[in-house]
Design a binder for this molecule. Sequence first.
Ligand code: SF4
Length: 221
Amino acid sequence: MDDAAFRRTFDVLWPRFRVTNWAEGMDPFEVLVSIVVSQNSTDAVTERVMRGLAAKLPVRPPTIAKARPSLLVRTLRPAGLAQQKVPRIQALAREIVRQYGGDLTKLVALPTEDARRALMDLPGVGPKTADVWLSLVAGRETMPVDTHIARLAQRWKLVRTARYDAITAKLQELIPPERRPRGHLVLIQFGREICQARRPRCEVCPVFDLCDADVKRPRAA
Ligand code: SF4
């Protein structure tokens, strides 16, 4: 799909999906913890685990830094990889206490590139986590790329690589800054509901005529 076709595709998808920013009203640190918990997990499980965690202790840097690891591992277990996620979350909490007095809102006040760099200086925070956090917490113009968006970008041949940096750069070229926070949620929803990984639902796809994916399946006559 060429750039013009992608822009038309994006315009078609934009009003079709109701999306909500799940981070709205959450504490910035809690959002960061949710992003780590959500890796290799589903949204529903992540939400349940985060509710369970919040019921046991305040999800704030000082309390998480000092919490018993065994308690955290038990709580995070349903989301998978708890043994790896808990040390990461506690290292993050300790560093946020050390660098920011436990207050991540200080990053929200920084210009986007400075905030992105500061986030990526935190242990275990890569470009994807930084971009999601900046988009959801601060409504910044980053273009996070999750597994659904990466699949779409490759199916539509916008990029010939699975590299995060290349995909986000290409999408930033195509999507204006003010449309990226909602736009990335729209693309994720489209990937979840229609252009699914195993079996794209081409028969009900609103951008069927614009799509040139190799996996596109013809509609019944
Ligand atoms: S036509 Fe099929 S492959 Fe193309 S975007 Fe729609 S669901 Fe995906």
